[in-house]
Write a protein that binds this ligand. Sequence first.
Ligand code: G1P
Ligand code: ZN
Length: 530
Amino acid sequence: MKPGTSGLRKRVTEFQAGHYLANFVQSVFDAVRPGEGFGGLTLVVGGDGRYFNDTAIQLVLKMAAANGFARVLVGQHGILSTPAASNVIRKHQAFGGLILSASHNAGGPEGDFGIKFNGDNGGPAPEKITDAIYARTQVINEYLTTDAPDIDLAIIAKHQLGGMQVEVIDSVADYLELMKSLFDFPALKALFAGGFRLAFDAMHAVTGPYAHAIFEQELGAAPGTVMNGTPLTDFGGEHPDPNLVHAHKLHALMMGKDAPDLGAASDGDGDRNLIIGRGLFIPPSDSLAMLAANAHLAPAYAAGIAGVARSMPTSGAVDRVAQKLGVPCFETPTGWKFFGNLLDAGRITLCGEESAGTGSNHVREKDGVWAVLLWLSILAARKQSALQIAHEHWATYGRNYYTRHDYEEIDSAAAKQLMADLGTQLVTLKGELPKLKLADDFSYTDPVDGSVSSHQGLRIVFEDGSRIVYRLSGTGTTGSTLRVYIERYEPDPARHELDTQIALGDLIQLADRIAGIRERTGREKPDVIT
Ligand code: G1P
Ligand code: ZN
């Protein structure tokens, strides 16, 4: 039951076996407030609507009642996107929340399920809490529940469950209100009234209801703007992962003759975003940089931003924007939980990851629909296309060519050995590779609470800022996934139109040579290239 980068993620069948889910939920309750009970406190519960969501929620409700919570707020039909859950926790001053999702992993009876605990700031529990939860799972031998009928989640209403109140709430209302407080809705309405066309792919996942309500109903985007907008328990049999592989239809549409002005997609639980301009995919690391450079065009950020943060493997594009704005840029380990302290302390306003996650201080999760609204705000204010904005950005700051190569479901022992050997090898690289600046195992000291997180990825950095980073995924559910991140900075605008894989060709070969990926994994090429 070891929680990974974002909570516990396993096959549905594992969650269904024995008392697996109950043991985990009780371990959370035991670890987050040892010995103090939950009297007077509120818990938020919701998920991305995937298979097993409803069964899990009914169990969580009963266990919350038995563990003494005063109140649970649960999304209608059990639906709350991850950023919406974060907002509900903050707005209603809850003690925390249980979010049921396996993010972008496939759903259905054969797919994945997941659960994580977010604290009262609305963000994923920090490592010391997740470690305590894990420790508890190792010794737990009982859980508390009550014998009560299931709660009807289809209707917005209040119920009594033992001594606890259950409030079934509108999944979208609080989130919509928050978005209205951040963005100029009349200006966005005017954008759509002027004929602007958006294609938003909800991927049969949780953002459907949010996107319908916000883009079509509130902002007047044409009906049909939201595609695949009804959440399905198996996401229509597809991976709700907004990348060029799984959102290839959207990509084809955006590269086609009659492409809309902006294409966007979000993942299973609504925290990731994919942004594609007409004729140009905007890589997430670049999107973060462009949002940071232009955020002041939206009311919420009009006074400027305090600072930015990116995960270590995310490209350095945003660093250059921060430098120009004269604000700090923090480099954190992979995983949204590391942004929490910086956001709480007001040291950063925007943050993001190369894995299609972008967010701000409005909640403590990354937020897919928010990112689309910020892009729309920028397009409305600048009256330019996404393509023009990207090219101007690169001309100003230079371009960070960037790619990630994933080798999925490889043998775990081979993956561990590869990382271990590479770790030892780093020491000797200095003499072997010319222009090497640094080769290390990334370790992070949180500037707010001083906590240290080690072994966060092996990085090889050259003097010109080019980098190769290797790490093992913490969210996969079968075997191991090796991620190799490759980056090169190109200041010359005459060289900003290259194909990314070609621009990075030398480094890609070097990455394989140093780690012996092909030979150790038996793979000729990566499974996914983003
Ligand atoms: C992946 C991403 C990471 C993100 C996490 C949760 O984790 O790489 O940026 O925070 O999913 O969405 P990984 O599988 O690499 O551990
Ligand atoms: Zn997600």
